[in-house]
Structure formats: structure tokens, C-alpha cells
Design a protein around this ligand. Sequence first.
Ligand SMILES: [Zn+2]
Length: 303
Amino acid sequence: MLISRRDLVKAAIALPLAGLVAPAARAIGRLTAGDAEIIVVGDGHMSLPLDFVFPDLPQEELKALLAESGMPSGGYNPDCNVTFLRSGDRLAVFDVGAGPNFMQTTGRLVENLEAAEIDPADVTDVIFTHAHPDHLWGVLDDFDELVFPNAGYRMAEAEWEFWRADDTLEKMPEERKSFVVGAQNRLEVIGEKITLFKPGAEVFPAVEAVDTAGHTPGHVSFMVYGGAEPVLVAGDAITNLASFVRPELRAGADQEPDLAAAARAKLLDRLAVEKARLIGFHLPHPGVGTVERQAGAYRFAAA
Ligand SMILES: [Zn+2]
């Protein structure tokens, strides 16, 4: 038997802690879509300045919006929710969290998986909404080995081509150049295992890729069919509770803000009409709820 450096470190960490970790403390949410099981597992949370998230709003207006949306006014610390879908003998994961090298408060996915009774080796399909650090960088562990070694990988063609293009690093603003380097390194590693798709494709049985470009040039969300109502794995098409109140607002995290705002408005309308359930990667954990129309805008009903 070959024992890797990673196995040794894992064993050294696991032994003294065995039995001490209370599953109740772990961030896990569960729902179903017909015969398929959906498990949402936390990857920790991020910390972002409010003036980065809402760049266009004067202070007073921002305060009012936060209050109306039920968001805290002191700072924005969004959760990171990673969605797994178990269907038949396959197990998919949509985005993989941030891994060990992004923020200190992210990268908790692998340690939460045991409590969720998910073995990373059982994952057959890794499917990306986009290639931002908090969604992609967790593809590799501390030792630059694949966290999901037996999976095939899928990404929208437009997203893959954007991050891999020769001029993307040069064109990216200084403060986000590390996003490009980080994405290129990781996409290089999974390059041999990647399958590219276009919006509208069935990327997994009963799962359709929905075009939500704007947050990044090739961003997609995923509609999971098979249950009484569809379930949307939104990625970053809808990122915070204020998006329901003011979907048209330009957001600092969106690469093409006007396109992203239009995609968000269209998506919210579809979710309300189809009475779909929504899983938001950065909505309060586990990020699951429904969307209702309310006074010319929308409301998120957590469920
Ligand atoms: Zn993002």
C-alpha cells in the first residue's frame, strides 16, 4: 500500500481529535429533488467591505437597503455554500470552495464533508458555475493534489476560454490579478479531465446549465429537475439578500455589472414564476429558499 504525505498528515491530525467533533456544529443542509438528494455543505465565510459590494450607493441609501434586506450594517461576511447532488450511482458537486490558500475564514469544506457523510473519493462529477477563487481554488488541497481525485470536471466553454486567454491577466485590474493566476494554475491541473459545455446543455442527469453571464463572462447556474419543483444552484448570479430588493443594482463583485444585473433580474423572475427553490452560494447558510414577488421586487423566503 502506498501511503502519501497527505495520508500521514491526515492521520496525525485525525487521531487526537477522533470523537471530539460534534456533527451538530457542522454546516450542512439537506433537501431532495425527486429521488435525488441534495446536500449543502459549508466552506466557511468571507469578509468583504460594504462599499465594495455596493459601490454605487450613498451611505444613507445603503443603510436603508441593508435594513430592508435584513442584512447586517457593520460589514458583510457572506457564507459559502457548496452543493452536492447524489443521484443513482453518481455524486456531483457544484463548485468546490476556496481551499487552503484564499481567506483564513474559508476552505472548511473538506473538514465538513465527514459530518455530511460524503467521501471526496466518491464524487464523480465536479461542475463549476465560474472560476472565482471561492468557487474553484478548493479543487486542490494543501499538497496541490486533487481533492476529488476520481471525478470528471465540467465548465462552461466561455468561462474556460476567458480565464485561459493570453490577455486576461494583462486586462484584469491589479487587485484581481491573483484571481487570474490562481485560476490558470488550477485549470491547468484539471485540463486533462475537463469537459466543456454551453448554456442549455444537460451537464448531469436532469440538470440544465442556465446562462447567467455577467458576474464572470461565462458564469452559469444549474437547474435541477426531477422533484415537485425545480431547484436552482445559482452560484454567484444572486449573491446577497439586497439582490432581491434591488436586483438592478450594480455589484462590485460582478465583472460585467450591467450584464450581471440583467441576468439577475431575469433569473429572479423565472424563479418566482416557476416556484423553484434556490440555493445561493453566498446567501445565509444553507442558502436555500424560494423567491416571491413583492411590491415590484422580490423577497427571499428561507426554507
Ligand atoms: Zn464569484
